[in-house]
Ligand binder design. Structure first.
Ligand code: GLU
Length: 496
């Protein structure tokens, strides 16, 4: 049995952020690799943000990604008494003390330090109180916080971060920090440690923004006499302007649900996320679940922050090009039978589903998906760019119209005549349609490309796509002939 126990302790904010998802993923990979356990713990002390809906958002996001946990969800607020009891024990054992300094007094001292151009750190006024005097004041109900007593001898907290290496913080650079507020509520620094001790966490794998807390948390572990876990801090993921990504600033584009709703495959998103801050040490970028579990290690987490690129203004390439490329890879290579179920859901949502696709037209459906996916990036492309395969009321994309129809107005006359020729073909095979189109182009004295691109625009509405003769094959003779005959209407729609 492995002793590896890791945790994912999100503070709910209403949705699962891709940065948090990456943290969860790293922890999950590490647990799975070592046959350990992943604990899900919701740090729900911010009552306003920890609504049922926002907790559900996190759980749904994890479930969708396929990140399963072994214990929990536990809720931090359920352990509040335990956190306060730990603080009392620290006071009783001399590792912490009540502090009665008022906000006004602290502000005045901070001001004075600023005026003297010095650094302000809590000056230890209450640390020097005799324990029975302090206890008597507490007993009288005098308002107070509880501060942790940072060792006063010379020395420092030293730890070996799995990513950032040996790190050191001098005691002299730490002030006696608050662990319980005057209203009796424990602070995150304390609760988080008490929970990790109770949950027997062996490795704390979290964002680099947690690094500032680590020395103080190590002091708490020591004072509690608890074993100190291994720490691994992961680099941050920044936006193209090198700012931290957040929903407030970037909107939905940073929420896992956004990817689900925009046609991503869960594993593709995981595969993309793992690369934001980790590499296998060779040039592999695509991994199956098993391969990734095998390849993953804390040692290969990068130190440099990663950049998440996206372009909200581009409807097609709305997110990081790498994310789209990874998604496209899986979409194009997964077993087409598995893809069929996912596309079915997309078509149903758009009213494009036909039960025959699961029955007598099953073969046609699979063959069509297999053909058209070669150009697609997300599941949404099937009902959108692929609409013409499943419905007759598709639009002709602007770019396709401008480039391949408007420039050659003669196509309005040529394509219906081409339709007549195609209607006469006894076998509507790719070879036969190709020969017919090329022969017709030669007769007209135009480049075959003019006809090929024009036909594509009219029968699929798209500027680009798989090889045209394959496309005609899956669309079938009737639909192709009918659509080409209506080319003049397509021109009229535009000029009208
Ligand atoms: N609730 C904290 C957060 O979401 C957890 C930090 C930690 O992993 O210790 O940032």
């Amino acid at each position: 049995m492995s002793d590896v126990r890791v945790r994912f302790p999100p503070s709910p904010t209403g949705y699962l952020h891709i940065g948090s998802a990456r943290t969860a993923l790293y922890n999950w990979l590490f647990a799975r690799k070592h046959g350990g356990k992943l604990v899900l713990r919701i740090e729900d002390t911010d009552a306003e943000r920890s609504t049922e809906a926002s907790i559900r958002g996190i759980i749904e996001g994890l479930e969708w990604l396929g990140i399963d946990w072994d214990e929990g969800p536990y809720f931090q607020t359920a352990f509040r008494d335990e956190h306060v009891a730990a603080a009392r024990r620290l006071v009783a054992e001399g590792h912490a003390y009540p502090c009665f300094c008022t906000k006004e007094e602290l502000d005045a001292r901070r001001e004075a330090a600023r005026a003297a151009k010095g650094d302000y750190r809590y000056d230890g006024t209450c640390r020097r109180l005799a324990p029975d005097e302090a206890a008597a004041r507490v007993a009288r109900g005098e308002p107070h916080v509880i501060r942790f007593r940072v060792p006063d001898e010379a020395g420092s907290v030293v730890f070996e971060d799995k990513v950032y290496g040996r790190l050191e913080k001098a005691y002299a650079d730490l002030e006696d920090f608050v662990i319980v507020r005057s209203d009796g509520s424990p602070l995150y620094l304390l609760s988080n440690v008490v929970d990790d001790v109770r949950d027997r966490i062996s490795h704390v794998i979290r964002g680099q923004d947690g690094l500032a807390n680590t020395p103080r948390q190590i002091l708490i572990y020591r004072a509690l006499g608890a074993p100190i876990p291994v720490f691994a801090h992961m680099p941050l993921t920044l936006d193209p302007q090198k700012a931290k990504i957040s929903k407030r600033k970037h909107g939905e584009i940073v929420a896992v649900q956004f990817y689900r709703d925009n046609g991503f495959l869960p594993w593709a998103l995981c595969n993309f996320l793992v690369l934001l801050g980790w590499s296998p040490g060779d040039d592999r970028e695509l991994f199956t679940r098993e391969e990734l579990i095998q390849a993953f290690s804390l040692e290969r987490i990068n130190r440099a922050n990663s950049v998440f690129n996206y372009n909200k203004n581009d409807p097609k390439f709305f997110t990081d090009p790498k994310a789209l490329a990874v998604n496209a890879h899986y979409l194009r290579t997964m077993p087409v039978e598995d893809l069929a179920g996912l596309v079915e859901a997309e078509l149903r949502a758009e009213g494009l589903w036909d039960d025959a696709y699961a029955g007598e037209r099953r073969d046609w459906f699979l063959r069509t998906l297999d053909l058209i996916r070669s150009r697609f990036h997300t599941l949404k492309d099937f009902p959108r760019a692929g609409r013409a395969y499943f419905a007759d009321d598709y639009a002709i994309e602007d770019r396709a119209y401008k480039k391949n129809l408007a420039k050659h107005p003669d196509l309005a006359g040529w394509l219906p005549r081409l339709a007549d020729r195609l209607a006469g073909l006894a076998a509507f095979t790719p070879e036969a349609t190709e020969a017919a189109i090329r022969a017709y182009a030669e007769g007209l004295g135009v480049k075959p490309g003019v006809l090929i691109n024009g036909v594509r625009a009219v029968v699929t509405g798209q500027l680009a796509g798989p090889g045209l003769f394959e496309v005609l094959d899956v669309l079938g003779q009737d639909r192709v002939v009918d659509r080409l005959r209506r080319t003049p209407e397509r021109f009229a729609e535009r000029s009208g």
